[in-house]
Design a protein around this ligand. Structure first.
Ligand code: AMP
Length: 382
Protein backbone atom coordinates (compact mmCIF):
# COMPACT_ATOMS: atom_id res chain seq x y z
CA UNK A 1 0.00 0.00 0.00
CA UNK A 2 1.48 3.38 -0.97
CA UNK A 3 2.07 6.06 1.64
CA UNK A 4 -0.80 8.23 0.39
CA UNK A 5 -3.31 5.36 0.67
CA UNK A 6 -2.42 4.54 4.27
CA UNK A 7 -5.48 5.57 6.31
CA UNK A 8 -5.27 8.37 8.85
CA UNK A 9 -6.56 6.70 11.98
CA UNK A 10 -8.39 7.87 15.13
CA UNK A 11 -6.07 9.80 17.41
CA UNK A 12 -4.76 11.81 14.45
CA UNK A 13 -5.44 15.53 14.03
CA UNK A 14 -7.76 16.73 11.27
CA UNK A 15 -7.50 20.38 10.24
CA UNK A 16 -10.56 22.32 9.10
CA UNK A 17 -10.27 25.56 7.12
CA UNK A 18 -13.36 27.58 8.02
CA UNK A 19 -15.30 27.64 11.26
CA UNK A 20 -19.04 27.66 10.55
CA UNK A 21 -21.78 25.13 11.26
CA UNK A 22 -20.52 22.63 8.68
CA UNK A 23 -17.16 22.54 10.42
CA UNK A 24 -18.95 22.20 13.76
CA UNK A 25 -20.95 19.15 12.72
CA UNK A 26 -17.83 17.69 11.07
CA UNK A 27 -15.85 18.25 14.29
CA UNK A 28 -18.55 16.56 16.37
CA UNK A 29 -18.40 13.50 14.07
CA UNK A 30 -14.60 13.49 14.15
CA UNK A 31 -14.34 13.79 17.91
CA UNK A 32 -16.94 11.06 18.35
CA UNK A 33 -14.58 8.77 16.43
CA UNK A 34 -11.57 9.78 18.52
CA UNK A 35 -9.90 12.27 16.19
CA UNK A 36 -8.62 15.65 17.27
CA UNK A 37 -9.76 18.71 15.36
CA UNK A 38 -7.99 22.02 14.71
CA UNK A 39 -9.97 24.79 13.04
CA UNK A 40 -8.59 27.86 11.28
CA UNK A 41 -10.52 31.04 10.44
CA UNK A 42 -10.28 34.78 11.12
CA UNK A 43 -12.82 34.60 13.98
CA UNK A 44 -12.88 33.20 17.50
CA UNK A 45 -15.60 31.52 19.59
CA UNK A 46 -16.92 30.13 16.31
CA UNK A 47 -19.43 27.31 15.76
CA UNK A 48 -16.52 24.98 14.88
CA UNK A 49 -14.09 26.42 17.44
CA UNK A 50 -16.55 25.76 20.27
CA UNK A 51 -16.29 22.00 19.69
CA UNK A 52 -12.77 21.68 18.22
CA UNK A 53 -9.67 20.82 20.26
CA UNK A 54 -7.87 23.88 18.97
CA UNK A 55 -9.26 27.08 17.44
CA UNK A 56 -6.79 29.22 15.51
CA UNK A 57 -7.97 32.77 14.83
CA UNK A 58 -5.85 34.26 12.04
CA UNK A 59 -6.35 35.72 8.60
CA UNK A 60 -6.25 33.40 5.57
CA UNK A 61 -3.71 35.88 4.21
CA UNK A 62 -1.38 35.12 7.14
CA UNK A 63 0.49 32.36 5.35
CA UNK A 64 2.87 31.75 8.26
CA UNK A 65 -0.14 30.98 10.45
CA UNK A 66 -1.60 28.73 7.75
CA UNK A 67 1.73 26.90 7.48
CA UNK A 68 1.89 26.35 11.25
CA UNK A 69 -1.70 25.09 11.24
CA UNK A 70 -0.97 22.61 8.43
CA UNK A 71 2.24 21.39 10.09
CA UNK A 72 0.26 20.35 13.16
CA UNK A 73 -2.41 18.25 11.42
CA UNK A 74 -2.36 15.00 9.41
CA UNK A 75 -4.94 16.08 6.82
CA UNK A 76 -6.62 19.35 5.91
CA UNK A 77 -10.20 19.69 4.78
CA UNK A 78 -12.44 22.74 4.50
CA UNK A 79 -16.01 23.61 5.34
CA UNK A 80 -16.57 26.41 2.81
CA UNK A 81 -15.24 26.69 -0.70
CA UNK A 82 -14.15 30.31 -0.64
CA UNK A 83 -10.88 29.61 1.14
CA UNK A 84 -8.26 31.77 -0.66
CA UNK A 85 -6.10 29.79 -3.09
CA UNK A 86 -2.80 30.93 -1.53
CA UNK A 87 -3.83 29.52 1.88
CA UNK A 88 -4.73 26.17 0.33
CA UNK A 89 -1.50 26.17 -1.66
CA UNK A 90 0.62 26.62 1.47
CA UNK A 91 -1.39 24.08 3.48
CA UNK A 92 -0.93 21.50 0.72
CA UNK A 93 2.85 21.70 1.13
CA UNK A 94 2.58 20.33 4.66
CA UNK A 95 -0.45 18.03 4.69
CA UNK A 96 -2.76 16.46 2.12
CA UNK A 97 -5.69 18.78 1.36
CA UNK A 98 -8.86 16.80 0.63
CA UNK A 99 -10.85 17.53 -1.48
CA UNK A 100 -8.00 18.80 -3.67
CA UNK A 101 -7.09 22.29 -4.81
CA UNK A 102 -8.30 21.88 -8.40
CA UNK A 103 -11.92 21.17 -7.45
CA UNK A 104 -11.87 24.03 -4.97
CA UNK A 105 -10.56 26.40 -7.62
CA UNK A 106 -13.25 25.33 -10.08
CA UNK A 107 -16.20 25.45 -7.70
CA UNK A 108 -15.37 28.74 -5.98
CA UNK A 109 -16.20 30.64 -9.14
CA UNK A 110 -19.52 30.22 -10.96
CA UNK A 111 -18.11 30.93 -14.37
CA UNK A 112 -15.28 28.42 -13.99
CA UNK A 113 -17.72 25.86 -12.57
CA UNK A 114 -20.27 26.29 -15.37
CA UNK A 115 -17.54 26.23 -18.02
CA UNK A 116 -16.13 23.02 -16.50
CA UNK A 117 -19.60 21.43 -16.55
CA UNK A 118 -20.20 22.37 -20.19
CA UNK A 119 -16.69 21.30 -21.28
CA UNK A 120 -17.23 17.89 -19.67
CA UNK A 121 -20.70 17.34 -21.15
CA UNK A 122 -22.75 17.87 -17.96
CA UNK A 123 -26.21 19.43 -18.32
CA UNK A 124 -26.52 22.87 -16.76
CA UNK A 125 -28.62 26.02 -17.06
CA UNK A 126 -27.87 28.30 -20.05
CA UNK A 127 -25.51 31.13 -19.12
CA UNK A 128 -23.31 33.92 -20.46
CA UNK A 129 -20.46 35.76 -18.77
CA UNK A 130 -21.01 39.44 -17.94
CA UNK A 131 -18.00 41.69 -17.32
CA UNK A 132 -19.18 44.98 -18.85
CA UNK A 133 -22.38 46.84 -19.74
CA UNK A 134 -21.84 45.77 -23.37
CA UNK A 135 -21.81 42.15 -22.22
CA UNK A 136 -25.04 42.71 -20.23
CA UNK A 137 -26.69 43.63 -23.54
CA UNK A 138 -25.28 40.69 -25.49
CA UNK A 139 -26.06 38.26 -22.65
CA UNK A 140 -29.68 39.47 -22.37
CA UNK A 141 -30.06 39.16 -26.16
CA UNK A 142 -28.63 35.65 -26.06
CA UNK A 143 -30.29 34.28 -22.88
CA UNK A 144 -33.61 36.18 -23.00
CA UNK A 145 -35.70 37.23 -19.98
CA UNK A 146 -36.58 36.51 -17.25
CA UNK A 147 -33.05 35.62 -16.22
CA UNK A 148 -30.92 35.63 -13.09
CA UNK A 149 -27.81 37.72 -12.68
CA UNK A 150 -25.33 36.12 -10.26
CA UNK A 151 -21.92 37.27 -9.06
CA UNK A 152 -19.21 34.94 -10.35
CA UNK A 153 -17.42 34.65 -7.01
CA UNK A 154 -18.36 34.12 -3.37
CA UNK A 155 -22.16 33.94 -3.66
CA UNK A 156 -24.29 31.66 -1.51
CA UNK A 157 -27.88 31.48 -0.25
CA UNK A 158 -29.03 33.76 -3.05
CA UNK A 159 -26.53 36.47 -2.07
CA UNK A 160 -25.37 38.43 -5.09
CA UNK A 161 -28.35 37.27 -7.16
CA UNK A 162 -30.99 39.37 -8.91
CA UNK A 163 -33.84 38.26 -11.11
CA UNK A 164 -34.06 40.53 -14.13
CA UNK A 165 -36.96 41.09 -16.51
CA UNK A 166 -35.37 43.23 -19.24
CA UNK A 167 -32.16 44.92 -20.35
CA UNK A 168 -32.66 47.94 -18.06
CA UNK A 169 -33.04 45.80 -14.93
CA UNK A 170 -30.00 43.78 -16.06
CA UNK A 171 -27.88 46.91 -16.37
CA UNK A 172 -29.11 48.12 -12.98
CA UNK A 173 -28.22 44.79 -11.34
CA UNK A 174 -24.74 44.86 -12.87
CA UNK A 175 -24.09 48.43 -11.68
CA UNK A 176 -25.59 47.74 -8.23
CA UNK A 177 -23.17 44.80 -7.82
CA UNK A 178 -20.24 47.17 -8.46
CA UNK A 179 -19.70 46.09 -12.10
CA UNK A 180 -17.87 42.96 -10.94
CA UNK A 181 -17.64 39.77 -12.97
CA UNK A 182 -21.06 38.10 -13.13
CA UNK A 183 -23.01 35.53 -15.07
CA UNK A 184 -26.44 35.82 -16.59
CA UNK A 185 -28.30 32.57 -16.25
CA UNK A 186 -31.59 31.60 -17.88
CA UNK A 187 -34.46 31.42 -15.40
CA UNK A 188 -35.60 27.83 -15.00
CA UNK A 189 -39.31 27.24 -14.48
CA UNK A 190 -38.60 24.05 -12.56
CA UNK A 191 -40.97 21.37 -11.34
CA UNK A 192 -38.63 20.26 -8.57
CA UNK A 193 -35.40 21.35 -6.96
CA UNK A 194 -33.31 18.59 -5.46
CA UNK A 195 -29.80 17.71 -4.48
CA UNK A 196 -27.57 14.70 -4.28
CA UNK A 197 -25.07 14.46 -1.49
CA UNK A 198 -22.40 11.96 -2.45
CA UNK A 199 -19.02 10.76 -1.28
CA UNK A 200 -15.95 9.45 -3.02
CA UNK A 201 -13.24 7.67 -1.08
CA UNK A 202 -9.50 7.84 -1.59
CA UNK A 203 -9.73 4.50 -3.41
CA UNK A 204 -12.45 5.79 -5.78
CA UNK A 205 -15.33 4.12 -3.89
CA UNK A 206 -18.67 5.92 -4.30
CA UNK A 207 -21.69 6.38 -2.03
CA UNK A 208 -24.72 8.66 -2.09
CA UNK A 209 -27.90 9.37 -0.13
CA UNK A 210 -30.28 9.38 -3.07
CA UNK A 211 -32.36 12.34 -4.14
CA UNK A 212 -33.22 14.94 -1.52
CA UNK A 213 -35.99 17.39 -2.36
CA UNK A 214 -35.24 21.02 -1.51
CA UNK A 215 -37.75 23.78 -0.94
CA UNK A 216 -36.44 27.34 -0.84
CA UNK A 217 -37.85 30.58 0.57
CA UNK A 218 -36.38 33.87 -0.63
CA UNK A 219 -33.54 31.93 -2.34
CA UNK A 220 -32.53 30.31 0.96
CA UNK A 221 -33.01 26.63 1.64
CA UNK A 222 -36.04 26.25 3.88
CA UNK A 223 -36.63 22.52 3.94
CA UNK A 224 -35.00 19.31 2.69
CA UNK A 225 -36.98 16.11 2.40
CA UNK A 226 -36.22 12.44 1.82
CA UNK A 227 -37.24 10.38 -0.02
CA UNK A 228 -38.08 12.64 -2.96
CA UNK A 229 -40.66 11.52 -5.49
CA UNK A 230 -39.00 11.19 -8.90
CA UNK A 231 -39.27 8.61 -11.67
CA UNK A 232 -36.82 5.71 -11.80
CA UNK A 233 -35.48 7.14 -15.03
CA UNK A 234 -34.69 10.51 -13.45
CA UNK A 235 -33.14 8.79 -10.43
CA UNK A 236 -30.91 6.64 -12.64
CA UNK A 237 -29.75 9.59 -14.73
CA UNK A 238 -29.00 11.72 -11.68
CA UNK A 239 -26.86 9.01 -10.08
CA UNK A 240 -25.03 8.52 -13.39
CA UNK A 241 -24.31 12.27 -13.62
CA UNK A 242 -23.16 12.40 -10.00
CA UNK A 243 -20.80 9.44 -10.37
CA UNK A 244 -19.36 10.88 -13.58
CA UNK A 245 -18.86 14.27 -11.96
CA UNK A 246 -17.03 13.01 -8.85
CA UNK A 247 -14.82 10.88 -11.12
CA UNK A 248 -14.15 13.86 -13.42
CA UNK A 249 -13.02 15.87 -10.39
CA UNK A 250 -11.04 12.89 -9.03
CA UNK A 251 -12.87 13.90 -5.90
CA UNK A 252 -12.09 12.80 -2.32
CA UNK A 253 -14.64 13.79 0.31
CA UNK A 254 -18.33 14.67 0.36
CA UNK A 255 -19.92 16.86 -2.26
CA UNK A 256 -23.36 18.17 -3.07
CA UNK A 257 -24.84 18.78 -6.49
CA UNK A 258 -27.96 20.93 -6.65
CA UNK A 259 -30.27 20.18 -9.55
CA UNK A 260 -33.39 21.51 -11.23
CA UNK A 261 -35.91 19.12 -12.76
CA UNK A 262 -37.71 21.04 -15.50
CA UNK A 263 -41.38 20.58 -16.32
CA UNK A 264 -40.36 18.59 -19.42
CA UNK A 265 -38.23 16.25 -17.23
CA UNK A 266 -34.83 17.66 -18.14
CA UNK A 267 -32.18 17.46 -15.43
CA UNK A 268 -29.98 20.56 -15.05
CA UNK A 269 -27.14 21.14 -12.60
CA UNK A 270 -27.58 24.42 -10.72
CA UNK A 271 -24.40 24.32 -8.68
CA UNK A 272 -21.81 22.12 -7.05
CA UNK A 273 -20.53 22.43 -3.47
CA UNK A 274 -17.32 20.44 -2.79
CA UNK A 275 -18.29 19.78 0.86
CA UNK A 276 -21.19 18.60 3.02
CA UNK A 277 -24.30 20.65 2.40
CA UNK A 278 -27.28 22.07 4.25
CA UNK A 279 -29.56 19.65 2.36
CA UNK A 280 -27.57 16.74 3.80
CA UNK A 281 -28.08 17.67 7.45
CA UNK A 282 -30.94 15.21 7.73
CA UNK A 283 -28.41 12.38 7.30
CA UNK A 284 -27.26 13.00 10.90
CA UNK A 285 -30.46 11.62 12.38
CA UNK A 286 -31.95 9.68 9.48
CA UNK A 287 -29.07 7.74 7.92
CA UNK A 288 -26.72 5.05 9.18
CA UNK A 289 -23.81 7.35 8.32
CA UNK A 290 -24.05 11.13 8.40
CA UNK A 291 -22.55 13.27 5.65
CA UNK A 292 -20.02 14.54 8.22
CA UNK A 293 -18.84 11.12 9.35
CA UNK A 294 -18.59 10.24 5.66
CA UNK A 295 -16.44 13.29 4.93
CA UNK A 296 -14.16 12.26 7.78
CA UNK A 297 -13.95 8.68 6.49
CA UNK A 298 -13.23 9.86 2.94
CA UNK A 299 -10.54 12.42 3.78
CA UNK A 300 -8.87 9.99 6.20
CA UNK A 301 -8.80 7.23 3.59
CA UNK A 302 -11.15 4.95 5.53
CA UNK A 303 -13.88 2.79 3.97
CA UNK A 304 -17.13 4.74 3.36
CA UNK A 305 -20.07 4.02 5.68
CA UNK A 306 -23.57 2.83 4.75
CA UNK A 307 -25.79 5.61 3.38
CA UNK A 308 -29.00 3.70 4.01
CA UNK A 309 -31.79 5.77 5.54
CA UNK A 310 -33.43 4.40 8.68
CA UNK A 311 -36.52 6.53 8.13
CA UNK A 312 -38.18 9.15 5.95
CA UNK A 313 -37.11 12.58 7.16
CA UNK A 314 -37.42 16.34 6.75
CA UNK A 315 -35.03 19.07 7.83
CA UNK A 316 -36.13 22.67 8.37
CA UNK A 317 -33.69 25.53 8.81
CA UNK A 318 -33.90 27.87 11.80
CA UNK A 319 -32.99 31.35 10.58
CA UNK A 320 -32.13 34.33 12.75
CA UNK A 321 -35.56 35.84 11.97
CA UNK A 322 -37.03 33.37 14.45
CA UNK A 323 -35.21 35.25 17.24
CA UNK A 324 -37.03 38.54 16.52
CA UNK A 325 -39.11 38.29 19.68
CA UNK A 326 -36.26 36.88 21.76
CA UNK A 327 -34.96 33.35 22.32
CA UNK A 328 -37.28 30.79 20.67
CA UNK A 329 -39.22 28.36 22.81
CA UNK A 330 -36.88 25.36 22.77
CA UNK A 331 -38.80 23.53 25.48
CA UNK A 332 -41.86 23.51 23.21
CA UNK A 333 -39.73 22.18 20.34
CA UNK A 334 -38.35 19.44 22.55
CA UNK A 335 -41.91 18.43 23.40
CA UNK A 336 -42.39 17.34 19.77
CA UNK A 337 -41.70 13.62 19.50
CA UNK A 338 -39.29 12.55 16.74
CA UNK A 339 -38.00 16.09 16.19
CA UNK A 340 -34.31 16.74 16.81
CA UNK A 341 -32.96 20.20 17.58
CA UNK A 342 -29.56 21.30 16.24
CA UNK A 343 -28.16 24.72 17.17
CA UNK A 344 -24.87 26.07 15.89
CA UNK A 345 -23.71 28.18 18.83
CA UNK A 346 -23.83 31.45 16.87
CA UNK A 347 -23.92 34.43 19.17
CA UNK A 348 -25.77 36.93 16.99
CA UNK A 349 -29.13 35.91 15.44
CA UNK A 350 -29.20 38.17 12.38
CA UNK A 351 -32.15 37.89 9.97
CA UNK A 352 -31.61 35.15 7.32
CA UNK A 353 -28.60 33.82 9.23
CA UNK A 354 -28.62 30.04 9.61
CA UNK A 355 -28.70 29.52 13.40
CA UNK A 356 -29.70 25.87 13.52
CA UNK A 357 -32.07 23.29 12.09
CA UNK A 358 -34.72 20.76 13.06
CA UNK A 359 -34.91 17.24 11.71
CA UNK A 360 -38.03 15.11 11.98
CA UNK A 361 -38.23 11.38 11.34
CA UNK A 362 -41.61 9.93 10.33
CA UNK A 363 -43.29 7.13 8.39
CA UNK A 364 -43.54 9.28 5.27
CA UNK A 365 -41.77 12.32 3.86
CA UNK A 366 -44.91 14.45 4.06
CA UNK A 367 -45.53 13.50 7.69
CA UNK A 368 -41.93 14.50 8.47
CA UNK A 369 -42.54 17.87 6.76
CA UNK A 370 -45.63 18.42 8.92
CA UNK A 371 -43.67 17.57 12.10
CA UNK A 372 -40.93 20.06 11.22
CA UNK A 373 -43.45 22.78 10.36
CA UNK A 374 -45.31 22.21 13.61
CA UNK A 375 -42.13 22.21 15.71
CA UNK A 376 -40.91 25.39 14.04
CA UNK A 377 -44.24 27.06 14.81
CA UNK A 378 -43.85 26.02 18.44
CA UNK A 379 -40.37 27.58 18.48
CA UNK A 380 -41.92 30.95 17.58
CA UNK A 381 -44.60 30.78 20.31
CA UNK A 382 -44.03 32.32 23.70
P1 AMP B 1 -28.06 29.33 -5.86
O1 AMP B 1 -27.34 30.17 -4.82
O2 AMP B 1 -27.52 29.50 -7.24
O3 AMP B 1 -28.21 27.91 -5.44
O4 AMP B 1 -29.55 29.90 -5.88
C1 AMP B 1 -30.41 29.86 -4.76
C2 AMP B 1 -31.80 29.52 -5.21
O5 AMP B 1 -32.28 30.50 -6.15
C3 AMP B 1 -31.89 28.20 -5.98
O6 AMP B 1 -31.89 27.11 -5.13
C4 AMP B 1 -33.21 28.42 -6.71
O7 AMP B 1 -34.31 28.25 -5.87
C5 AMP B 1 -33.12 29.87 -7.13
N1 AMP B 1 -32.44 29.92 -8.46
C6 AMP B 1 -31.12 30.05 -8.67
N2 AMP B 1 -30.84 30.03 -10.00
C7 AMP B 1 -32.01 29.87 -10.64
C8 AMP B 1 -32.38 29.77 -12.02
N3 AMP B 1 -31.49 29.83 -13.01
N4 AMP B 1 -33.69 29.62 -12.30
C9 AMP B 1 -34.63 29.57 -11.31
N5 AMP B 1 -34.35 29.66 -10.00
C10 AMP B 1 -33.05 29.81 -9.65
Amino acid sequence: MSQSFRPILPGAVVGVLGSGQLGRMFAIAARQMGYRVHTFSPESDTPTGQVADVEIAASYQDLDAVQKFAQNVQVVTFEFENVPAAAVEIAAQFAPVRPGRAVLHTTQHRLREKSFLVANGFPTTGFKPVRSLAEVRSAVEHIGCPAIMKTAGSGYDGKGQTKISDLTSGEKAFVAAGEQEMILESFVDFELEFSIVAARGLDGSFAHWGIIENRHRHHILDMSITPATVSEEVFGKVIEITKALVDAFDFVGVLCIEFFLTRDERILINEVAPRPHNSGHLTINASRTSQFEQQLRAVCGLPLGSTEFVSAAAMGNLLGDLWQEGEPNWAAVCACPDVKLHLYGKIEPRPKRKMGHLTALADSAEAAVRHVEYAREQAGKK
